[in-house]
Design a protein around this ligand. Structure first.
Ligand SMILES: Nc1ncnc2c1ncn2[C@@H]1O[C@H](COP(=O)(O)OP(=O)(O)OP(=O)(O)O)[C@@H](O)[C@H]1O
Length: 322
């Protein structure tokens, strides 16, 4: 059966889950509270296969909490999340075997030799072709000359390479990297970033960071989180434009996004939850009247409308105070 007919066979059996073949990560209304501290507050986003997404936010924003939920190390209080179509709560084994995870502070066994450590991980993953695969990841992460050294003898940059090699060992479809460059010197930083970009060619990547430049250096898209809430979600190419106007509008009925593209000067339409839409215009001139005219012409009622003229970089600087 071809992959297309497989998708359709699956869609027929599970009409509501059809999209899982194109989405690597789906997060829907996740909330997590520690005591009285709300770390995540109704967080929703989705990531398509092959995307490199930066999860950006200041310290304490909720990044690690989200990553621990996606990697099944922590349960959410409310909401659902799937990785590669597997539910993180009910199907945690399947999630674990389809992701590679580099946690914050990269916990390694300092007394082990690099190759020994990877062999140990390969046994946990029950890899059949362990020897060959270990040699491949050692080459891929540039660890050839360090493979027979003890982990504790390595620099921070090389320890991160070992962490990455470990995360890549079982050829996961999704890589989750929590602050992968924290504590690296400028040279190590450049090396690890280029390594991540290299491995990203075959993998979906979600990486957390509190540095905007990090996202610019590696990602296609950025999701900004602050105080447990998503405050922005956009592609880098849009960030770079300084003449952006965004109008969030809610209608009383669903509208085909293609129809909304007919509003003059609309550059991009994004369907949000319910009957909410995000319209992006490439102009600073107020475009609200165009949206009202569209609603009138199509016999729609506008239930809410919010306009802002701000790019995401400015928004991030505002929220981090940088
Ligand atoms: N185990 C815990 N118990 C209590 N509060 C916690 C716990 N873990 C995290 N928090 C709190 O939840 C909030 C979100 O923390 P989280 O570690 O997810 O943020 P972060 O964005 O990863 O921050 P950083 O960049 O500093 O790692 C913070 O206010 C943090 O103090």
């Amino acid at each position: 059966m071809s992959s297309i007919s497989l998708v359709f066979a699956f869609a027929k059996a599970n009409p509501h889950n059809y999209y899982i073949y194109t989405m690597s990560i789906e997060v829907s209304h996740i909330t997590k509270t520690y005591g009285s501290q709300k770390a995540l507050d109704d967080v929703s986003f989705s990531i398509k296969s092959g995307e490199i997404v930066g999860f950006l936010g200041p310290n304490g924003a909720g990044k690690s909490t989200m990553m621990r939920i996606l990697t099944t190390y922590l349960n959410a209080d409310e909401g659902t999340a799937t990785v590669n179509g597997h539910d993180v709560t009910t199907d945690s084994r399947a999630v674990q075997s389809s992701i590679g995870y580099l946690p914050e502070n990269n916990p390694l066994y300092p007394d082990m030799y690099v190759k020994e450590y990877l062999g140990f991980s390969a046994r946990i993953y029950k890899l059949e072709n362990a020897k060959q695969r270990i040699a491949e990841v050692i080459a891929e992460t540039g660890l050839e000359s360090h493979q027979n050294k003890k982990i504790q003898e390595l620099s921070k940059g090389y320890k991160q390479r070992v962490g990455l090699a470990n995360a890549l060992l079982h050829q996961p479809k999704v890589l989750i990297l929590d602050e992968p460059t924290t504590g690296l010197d400028p040279n190590q930083l450049v090396e690890i970033r280029s390594l991540i970009r290299k491995v990203a060619q075959n993998t979906t990547i979600l990486l957390s960071t509190h540095i905007m430049q990090e996202v610019e250096a590696m990602c296609d898209r950025v999701i900004i989180i602050n105080k447990g809430k998503i405050v922005a979600d956009d592609y880098l190419k849009n960030l770079k434009s300084d003449e952006i106007q965004v109008i969030d509008v809610e209608f009383d009925y669903r509208v085909e996004p293609e129809l909304l593209q007919r509003i003059p000067l609309v550059r991009e339409v994004k369907e949000l939850h319910g009957f909410n839409y995000r319209l992006r215009f490439e102009t600073k001139t107020d475009q609200r009247s165009g949206v009202f005219d569209f609603a009138h012409d199509n016999e729609l009622k506008i239930l809410s409308l919010n306009k802002r003229n701000k790019n995401l970089e400015a928004m991030f600087q505002e929220l981090t105070g940088k």
